[in-house]
Ligand binder design. Structure first.
Ligand code: PEP
Length: 249
């Protein structure tokens, strides 16, 4: 069965709750499609107002992070049940900005992955190399390691429902998109890695996004690649351009 594309916006630390409502209202008619799952991953405080604004549309509201404990003395964190209680179905885990600025590791990402599945939330697990790693020729080794640790103890049935976002760090927010060949090559290698960990059926089911300065001009050639099942979009997800990315065909 063909994989349905999934195009997700990562708002990062942008948009106050009232701005979020305005943006959802602006984008709602522009991102209407049945060809792809459309997810807006928004700051925690924006989740409820964004959901209200998105009601009746095809937009799913997701979270940008989540903690791996159920509840307790973890000041400032958001638990899985807090997300599911308001209807969140997707969460971005292990974004490179969280790995770089907030000491997120593949081990903590793995704990969060397991929790997300336990609560029926679909993780969008990010992976990607630095420019230095690419220049040193260790891109594949590094990403395989991120994927293997991230999916430790995740069952094949759970893995099949997951989303992996390949985001080369040097392409995030820099205006430098990876070439179509580079993006396809790594997304294919990620799928092969999933096949090694599990089996071909799981690899064929998992959805793999490309992320890194995707815009309306680059989306079509990226999304047409056999192993690229959509995109994780930062900057361009805050603009009407996102509608063009979603309706890239
Ligand atoms: C991201 O935040 O995941 C991202 C890919 O950002 P941008 O599209 O701005 O590079």
């Amino acid at each position: 069965m063909a994989r349905k594309k999934i195009i997700a916006g990562n708002w990062k630390m942008n948009m106050t709750p009232s701005e979020a409502v305005e943006l959802v209202n602006t984008l709602k008619p522009l991102v209407a499609t049945e060809d792809a799952d459309v997810v807006f991953c928004v700051p925690a405080i924006d989740i409820i107002p964004a959901m209200e604004a998105a009601k009746g549309s095809n937009i799913e509201i997701g979270a940008e992070n989540m903690y791996f404990e159920e509840k307790g003395a973890y000041t400032g964190e958001i638990s899985p049940s807090m997300l599911t209680d308001v209807g969140v179905k997707y969460v971005v885990l292990g974004h490179s900005e969280r790995r770089e600025y907030f000491a997120e590791t593949s081990e903590t990402v793995n704990k969060k992955m397991l929790k997300a599945f336990e609560h029926g939330i679909t993780p969008i697990m990010c992976c990607g190399e630095t420019l230095e790693q690419r220049e040193q020729g260790v891109t594949m080794d590094f990403i395989r390691q991120q994927v293997k640790v991230g999916f430790l103890n995740v069952t094949a049935a759970q893995a099949a429902t997951s989303v992996i976002a390949y985001e080369p760090i040097w392409a995030i927010g820099t205006g430098k998109t990876a070439t179509t060949e580079q993006a396809q090559e790594v997304c294919k290698a990620i799928r092969e890695c999933i096949a090694e960990i599990y089996d071909d059926a799981t690899a064929a089911a998992v959805r793999i996004q490309y992320g890194g300065s995707v815009n309306a001009a680059t989306a079509p050639e990226l999304f047409v690649q056999p192993d690229i099942d959509g995109g994780l979009v930062g900057g361009a997800a805050l603009k009407p351009d996102f509608g063009k990315i979603v309706n890239w065909k």
